[in-house]
Design a protein around this ligand. Structure first.
Ligand code: F6P
Length: 319
């Protein structure tokens, strides 16, 4: 292995730059050239590569987002796009690729592996924590910390006015961000895509709410009902309340990575690069029970729903 390409694809996540730094450092220690592929699969199609210097990456690893830039590439879904990507790999004499992203990124790499023998390793990078085969994905811890900060701020004003707040958090189809941020903030109810009962718990509880304190509901964007629908259901059972809606949105995705995400990025970057050097391919570098683990990409592609302990905690505190 003389030359590795690295890309970030799909939604950016805090900690991606730390992973790129760790790959750059490990590759450099082994005398391997590392090129960054800009804008994910778009850069592979357009031959948009840049050399990566470990010293420069060391200075940038604390930044949020991804310095390689990212995209959700439509063009890569076509055979034409994939063939162009193959030409870039050949022209630049890439011997392996490390791809950081979520399940869409891994699907892209699997598609590429059908027309090419290039070895690749995936690193799970998404704030949603919805990838199997790893305890945590890069960016999840930072996103939860940002959400917690925002919800704490909302509580201050909610308590001052004795208001009900419906706070929507990200996570696509997964309830992880909602449960971790909601429990950490002492939310009165948490609505997650994984449960149908949580709405009944919320409506029962808010029916008896006497407007003498704050009432915080954290709900996930992937829930069956949207915030407006939940708001109108709440008003039907308790017409006198003062209710506001706050959608946290992309604020959760930006910001500096937490120390935990930086460490996870460093660990996974080293693991992925060593795996490539050791001749591995088609695997994802993750941590299981806090131990570095390589799992076949195909086995991690199934939807990761919240684990039993998290689900139990939700039931204990919020119905
Ligand atoms: O997958 C990360 C994520 O932030 C999800 O939580 C959210 O549903 C989605 O990406 C938003 O995507 P976009 O930035 O393309 O609007």
């Amino acid at each position: 292995i003389k030359h590795i390409g690295i890309l970030t694809s799909g939604g950016d996540a805090p900690g991606m730059n730390a992973a790129v730094f760790a790959v750059a450092k490990t590759a450099n220690n082994h005398g391997i050239k590392l090129s960054g592929i800009r804008k994910g699969f778009e850069g592979l199609i357009d031959n948009d590569l840049l050399p990566l210097d470990p010293n420069e990456m060391q200075r940038l690893m604390h930044q949020g987002g991804t310095i390689l830039k990212t995209a959700r590439s439509e063009r890569f879904m076509s055979a034409q796009g994939q063939n162009k990507a193959l030409r870039t790999i050949e022209q630049n004499k890439l011997d392996a690729i490390i791809a950081i992203g979520g399940d869409g990124t891994f699907r892209g790499m699997l598609a590429l592996s059908k027309i090419s023998n290039i070895p690749f390793i995936g690193i799970p990078g998404t704030i949603d924590n919805d990838i199997a085969g790893t305890d945590y994905t890069l960016g999840f811890d930072s996103a939860v910390n940002t959400a917690v900060k925002c919800i704490d701020n909302i509580r201050d004003t909610a308590e001052s006015h004795n208001r009900v707040f419906l706070v929507e958090v990200m996570g696509r189809d997964s309830g992880y961000i909602g449960i971790h941020s909601g429990l950490s903030c002492g939310a009165d109810a948490i609505l997650v895509p994984e449960s149908n009962e949580d709405i009944n718990y919320l409506l029962h509880k808010i029916k008896h709410y006497n407007s003498e304190d704050a009432f915080i509901v954290v709900m996930c964007e992937g829930d069956e009902l949207n915030v407006e629908q939940v708001s109108s259901k709440i008003r039907k059972v308790n017409a006198h309340i003062d209710l506001r809606i706050a959608k946290l949105g992309h604020i959760q995705r930006g910001g500096k990575p937490s120390a935990q995400d930086r460490m996870l990025g460093i660990r996974l970057g080293v693991l992925a690069t060593k795996a490539i050097i050791n001749g591995e391919s088609g695997k994802m570098a993750g941590v299981c029970n806090n131990k570095p683990t390589l799992r076949p990409i195909k086995s991690v592609m199934k939807k990761q729903s919240v684990d039993a302990e998290t689900q139990d905690l939700l039931t204990l505190f919020c119905g």
